[in-house]
Design a protein around this ligand. Structure first.
Ligand code: AVJ
Ligand code: FE
Length: 437
């Protein structure tokens, strides 16, 4: 969107930064100071930590790193270094108080906007490099906005956030096939062209993917309930050994936030208890639960390469698209992104977002667990620093694809790779299944 044009980049970056800050403000102004500083779960930081961390990373990467400015508050850097302090210990740190955190983040932002307005951004590769710094800041803030929404979901008490309902399933939803075919052959995975792609999405490379079949939509709560009611959580044979150990240790019976009341499955969602909707993609399942469901269903999770081929490969042109529907940016008609709705849309929604293979809702709604470990692509170069991706590569993290209703479009595309531990279930994670031909 901004190759070679400094003015277009300034406009695009400004819009992305403003969108992110509006969302951050909503997430941090919708609860009182007590709730901002409280730890709602040992899995999460207090919201006030995310707020100041957003400002601190912007100061480090943009103001100091790119613009060469002096440190504003060097003494706080350590507090907001995610590697120095695990989440569970963050409430015990001498963190900035809510008002201090707000004014620090907004002062950093003011200076960042000065840099954006007045810095000579150059052209060609220099412009792409300068633009990336702003893109990375906007994506980082939006990723923490998703993290903060997870904290909102974990907090107890009455609802603090509301949003309109997502669209209903398309008229043809009931007529859709349950699964679609992706014929075998090579495709281009990853990208070297997307200006704001992160290091782990690069470079573009050819991958040969044998033919496979993949679910048209993410697995729904209704389908997942059938697994539960068939005794899925009681039968060791469906589970990977570590998954079975997790089920036993924590006595898991259902996705996180579900409970059974008088024979009915209910769930708690952003402060409201409601019946589990059968037609909606299941969310808040761990990789182990996704893997067990797939085995029970006689299927398997798709590999990351299969997922990306289903989402991006255009068999007519032979090239890979930026998104399932084409190269144009996401819109509200194409995908459920950006916290516009606080839940996934029913399976079969977003007909305008479907891929050439016929699969839908690959982008938005729920992050989709894949079978794959988080590993570098051939030719990977860490950028701008090793801690962004490289230190997480290895078999302990599984890849999630496609983005959820909680992440903004700036941090979601056909090549975007998320990762987490296979036990995680507080994230907005679901899955779809696949099988060999
Ligand atoms: C890519 C979502 C796994 O939240 O740990 C935020 C993104 N990196 N700050 C995370 C991230 C640094 C990251 N995930
Ligand atoms: Fe961060």
């Amino acid at each position: 969107p901004h190759a070679g044009d400094a003015e277009a980049l300034r406009e695009h970056a400004l819009a992305a930064l403003l969108t992110a800050r509006r969302r951050t403000a909503l997430l941090t102004d919708s609860v009182d100071d007590h709730e901002l500083t409280a730890q709602h779960s040992p899995l999460m930081s207090p919201l006030v930590w995310d707020l100041a961390h957003i400002g601190n990373q912007e100061e480090l990467w943009l103001l100091r790193g790119v613009a060469g400015r002096e440190a504003m508050r060097p003494e706080i850097d350590g507090l907001y270094d995610a590697f120095e302090h695990p989440r569970a210990t963050r409430p015990t740190l001498p963190l900035l108080a809510p008002d201090e955190a707000r004014s620090y983040a907004s002062e950093v932002r003011g200076r960042a906007l000065d840099v954006l307005e007045s810095a000579p951004l150059g052209d060609g590769p220099a412009l792409v490099r300068a633009g990336f710094a702003f893109g990375m800041i906007a994506q980082h803030e939006q990723q923490h906005d998703e993290t903060m929404l997870i904290t909102h979901q974990l907090r107890t008490g009455p609802a603090a956030l509301t949003a309109p309902e997502p669209p209903r399933a398309a008229d043809d939803a009931l007529a859709l096939p349950a699964e679609v075919l992706v014929p075998g052959g090579p495709f281009t995975m990853g990208t070297s062209a997307e200006p704001w792609a992160l290091d782990n999405e690069r470079p573009a490379h050819r991958r040969d993917v044998p033919g496979f079949v993949i679910d048209t939509a993410p697995v729904t709560c209704g389908a997942y309930r059938a697994f539960i009611e068939d005794g899925g959580y009681d039968e060791q044979r469906w589970w990977a050994p570590e998954g079975w150990a997790m089920v036993r240790e924590h006595e898991l019976r259902a996705p996180l936030f579900w409970h059974r009341d008088a024979g009915q499955w209910l769930r708690r969602r952003f402060g409201v208890t409601e019946p589990v909707p059968d037609d909606e993609p299941v969310v808040h399942v761990s990789w182990y639960e996704a893997d067990a469901y797939a085995r029970w269903a006689g299927r398997r999770l798709p590999t990351e390469a299969e997922w990306e081929k289903a989402a991006r490969h255009d068999p007519v042109s032979g090239r890979s698209r930026r998104y399932p529907w084409g190269d144009e940016d996401p819109t509200p008609e194409r995908a459920n992104l950006g916290q516009r709705h606080l839940r996934p849309a029913p399976a079969g929604a977003y007909p305008a977002g479907r891929a050439p293979c016929g699969a839908g809702q690959l982008i938005g709604d729920v992050w989709e667990w894949t079978a794959s470990d988080f590993l570098p692509y051939p030719g990977f170069t860490p950028f701008p620093y090793r801690e962004y991706s490289e230190v997480f590569f290895g078999p302990e993290h599984k890849v999630l694809r496609g983005g959820s209703f909680a992440v903004d479009a700036v941090a979601c595309r056909g090549t975007f790779r998320n990762w987490d531990l296979p036990v995680r279930r507080q994230i907005f994670s679901g899955f779809r299944t696949a099988r060999d031909l």
